[in-house]
Design a binder for this molecule. Structure first.
Ligand SMILES: Nc1ncnc2c1ncn2[C@@H]1O[C@H](COP(=O)(O)OP(=O)(O)OP(=O)(O)O)[C@@H](O)[C@H]1O
Ligand SMILES: [Zn+2]
Ligand SMILES: [Zn+2]
Length: 803
């Protein structure tokens, strides 16, 4: 008899990765399983906290200690299965996060804070029990106040499927329901009612006739439409006892827009080789990681789709990760076009309710293909046959908050757990992945040419320093303008990208040089024309655009930096006949806006799509024959060891949008660093050469992938407290680390003050430091004890940048 449960508790101020042991009350002993959430008393006050059952145990080491008992159980069945529990453990250890944080990251929001849990009887529930439990109600709220004996009963009934449990976000009408209508009398009784109607009660007569002929429940709105009835006629019917109404749960469909059904394409030989290798691994249950390195437009998506089809044919499920899915509606459309309703989509644009619906469809095995952004890597899939990470080099796969995990690493972990292949796909793989393929840790699959044998686009580089010597300041070089005009005449389309990284619009006084900065952070405020405000991107501070300099009262204020709006304005001036769609954070804030703009562009409602990085990836428009990059190098100057890699990837990706169908493509890259190797090699679209070159530099500078890195950040409202803390950490680590470890810093953070807190950081580069993990966990728990004073510490393992 298991009598004890180890519970990971959720206590924000006193986090620990060690589970606490609780006594399982008799009524829960048969039911309780790991992965269920429970409410337990915690600390001396016996305050109620939530927790997750980690493990059931038969004995405790010290039987003399009196243990507290679990108060109540929150779930009829585990919300996390054994795999995800094991994954949380691994995640906590490798990302220096708390296990509870990892567990919570895996759950949909609907299962977190503000939700309600409702129990509904099913048809198989005996009438007697229904009466006792539900009385006149058609559902029951299951909260922490329900008596343990009843909880026990509910759990048993749920297991036998005599009741169903659903979760609802409070006040958000979470589980979507529709009203159903069905006859409450026999056809004979209804006929009698019809006979006794007063003359002229036509609507009621119609309703009765319908009820006589249809015994099955029908959705009220459908019935109203079909018979042309009003809601009040149906109400009357209910009041007369002819019919009964009930609520039925429906799934929301976040993708109402129709998708075109597609069939598998005839693969070219390179695609076939790739598909064969991956399918073989699925069939043999081999957890081989593949690096699918295929140039832009080489048909990687078709490879993914056919390996997914094979997985489904094997009776298994598939997971496909894409970067920030709401940004790539085209990809989602292609997967749904092939697999239809079997596809579940998880991304940040969904409401909590939509997301929860999809999560349940996956968990019940109703959805067999899961497509989603970063956090979809935790989808509760039971039987994985293949995992795909599209655009595996994308930085958005790394979460910048606790737990600071990389979805690619989690995907590889799950591949090992499920014994299934993981496919990392990209035209420009991350250096890490390409290096692992070099060492044979990943199997490399190559798609060296475009699927339709079309050549990669011709790229020219324009030196903007030279350009500005010859004519007045403009965002457009002569070469780019000529190319744009040419496309307009030919009725072809163009993409224009403005690189926003490491770059923002700000205002400066021409007379005294004053720059408007955030009162809370050490950073200048960004100009937003749509709201006519200056905003801080770090703390959210917002104020009106100044018309006079706050410093010298001059009216000569200059608006610096080229925002997309400014470029759009110049474009209208230079090419008044061109129809332009602008795509940036401002125009895509509303739900569905992104998809709508792309659809408009795809339908030729515009000649030019002008946007930020969000237009660089994944788009496949056949009539785009020109890509212009307005400023290739704004990110090159950043003190970031990945600056060149990011620039190369971005330029190669965006260039790849040109000439994907029958017509040849052309690319114009404007830059102030025409000779930089990242730009020159992007011009040649020579990834392999870039890899060799960049690896050499990384080797010389002791950077990843040659070295591992971990970044520590401390912050406090008092600058000296943060500074003292980081110096103490350095001293403490110096005694633990070997002389081979390299410490960068401590230095103030790249932005030294954010939201009134001062930041200091330290980066450790190392090859082998067996003591490091323990030392860092020790730092964390020390900081935990001090956290009451406000000092915070964050540890980022394998950080994306050192800034
Ligand atoms: N075997 C094939 N036969 C004919 N057309 C194909 C084949 N495979 C892919 N295509 C077509 O080639 C185009 C490019 O394919 P896809 O978008 O999958 O490339 P990709 O490798 O994902 O590119 P990117 O990395 O640039 O996003 C698509 O329009 C696709 O329909
Ligand atoms: Zn701020
Ligand atoms: Zn001034």
């Amino acid at each position: 008899m298991t009598q004890y449960a180890e519970v990971i508790v959720d206590v924000p101020t006193m986090q620990t990765n060690t589970p606490y042991t609780y006594v399982i009350p008799a009524e829960f002993q048969e039911m309780l399983q790991p992965g269920m959430r429970v409410v337990v008393p915690f600390g001396n006050g016996g305050r109620k906290v939530q927790g997750v059952v980690w493990q059931l145990i038969d004995q405790v080491e010290d039987a003399t200690v009196t243990l507290k008992a679990i108060d109540t159980v929150m779930d009829p069945a585990p919300v996390l299965d054994a795999e995800l529990m094991q994954l949380a453990d691994w995640l906590a250890k490798t990302t220096y996060a708390f296990t509870i944080t990892c567990l919570q990251t895996m759950l949909p929001n609907a299962l977190k804070a503000n939700y309600e849990k409702w129990v509904t009887p099913t048809a198989s529930l005996p009438e007697e029990t229904r009466q006792v439990l539900f009385g006149q109600q058609d559902r029951l709220l299951w909260d922490d106040d329900v008596a343990p004996a009843v909880v026990k009963q509910l759990m048993r009934l749920a297991k036998q499927q005599q009741v169903t449990v659903s979760y609802a976000v409070q006040n958000k009408g979470h589980v979507k329901t529709v009203t159903m209508v069905k006859p409450a009398l026999t056809p004979a009784e209804l006929q009698a009612a019809r006979a006794s109607l007063r003359k002229g009660a036509l609507k009621q007569e119609q309703l009765l006739t319908y009820l006589i002929d249809h015994s099955k429940p029908v959705q009220q709105t459908v019935l109203e439409k079909q018979l042309g009835l009003s809601a009040s006629t149906i109400k009357t019917g209910e009041a007369n006892g002819w019919l009964s109404r009930s609520q039925a749960e429906v799934y929301r469909d976040p993708f109402q827009s129709a998708v075109t059904t597609t069939k598998a394409l005839q693969l070219n030989p390179d695609q076939q080789t790739a598909v064969d290798a991956i399918n073989q691994a699925t069939d043999d249950q081999q957890s081989t990681p593949f690096l699918l390195q295929g140039v832009t437009g080489s048909g990687k998506t078709e490879v993914y789709l056919q390996t997914i089809a094979n997985t489904l044919a094997q009776g298994k499920q598939a997971l496909m990760l894409v970067p920030e899915i709401s940004l790539t509606p085209q990809i989602v459309g292609r997967v749904r076009g092939r697999f239809g309703r079997q596809v579940a989509v998880l991304h940040s644009g969904l409401s909590a309710g939509e997301r929860f619906d999809e999560w349940r469809r996956i968990s019940r095995g109703e959805a067999r293909v899961v497509v989603g952004a970063r956090s979809a890597v935790f989808a509760p899939i039971k039987n994985l046959g293949v995992i795909i990470v599209d655009e595996e080099h994308e930085a958005s796969y790394k979460q910048e908050d606790n737990p600071r995990y990389h979805a690619r690493d989690v995907a590889l972990w799950r591949g090992r757990y499920h014994h299934c292949p993981v496919v990392l796909g990209s035209a420009t793989p991350s250096l890490e992945s390409r290096a692992r393929a070099q060492k044979q840790r990943y199997q490399r699959l190559l798609l060296p040419t475009r699927a339709n044998q079309q050549a990669l686009p011709e790229v020219s580089v324009v030196d903007m320093t030279e350009e500005l010597k010859h004519h007045k300041e403009s965002n457009f070089s002569t070469a780019l303008m000529t190319a744009l005009k040419d496309r307009l005449e030919r009725g072809e389309q163009s993409l224009l990208m403005l690189n926003r990284r490491g770059f923002s619009s700000f205002v400066m006084c021409r007379d005294c040089g004053f720059v408007l900065t955030c009162p809370n952070c050490d950073i200048s405020l960004t100009l937003h024309m749509d709201t006519k405000t200056m905003k801080c991107h770090y703390c959210g501070h917002e104020e009106p655009i100044p018309h006079r300099c706050p410093n010298c009262k001059s009216r000569h204020i200059r608006y610096y930096g080229t925002g997309t709006q400014k470029v759009e304005a110049e474009l209208h001036e230079l090419l008044p006949e061109a129809r332009v769609i602008r795509m940036d954070v401002d125009t895509t804030r509303r739900k569905g806006a992104h998809e709508r703009l792309l659809k408009q562009f795809g339908a030729h409602q515009a000649d030019i799509l002008l946007g930020t990085q969000m237009i660089a990836k994944g788009l496949d428009f056949p009539d785009v024959t020109l890509v212009g990059v307005l400023n290739a190098d704004t990110a090159l100057g950043l003190p970031d060891f990945r600056a060149s890699e990011r620039t190369f990837q971005l330029l190669t990706q965006v260039s790849g949008r040109a000439g994907r169908a029958k017509k040849a493509g052309e690319v114009v890259i404007q830059t102030y660093n025409p000779d930089h190797y990242a730009i020159q090699l992007a011009k040649r679209q020579d990834y392999e050469q870039f890899f060799v070159r960049e690896m050499h530099l990384r080797h010389r500078g002791n950077y990843p992938p040659y070295y591992f890195a971990v970044k520590l950040t401390v912050s406090d409202e008092t600058e000296s407290v943060a500074a003292t803390a980081i110096h103490q950490i350095v001293q403490q680590l110096q005694t633990t680390l070997s002389p081979n470890a390299i410490m960068l810093g401590p230095t103030p953070g790249a932005i030294a003050r954010i939201n009134k807190r001062y930041y200091y950081q330290l980066v450790i580069k190392y090859k082998q430091e067996p003591q490091l993990q323990t030392a860092l966990f020790k730092l964390l728990s020390q900081a935990q004890r001090k956290s009451r004073s406000g000092l915070q510490i964050a540890i980022d393992n394998n950080p994306m940048s050192f800034m």
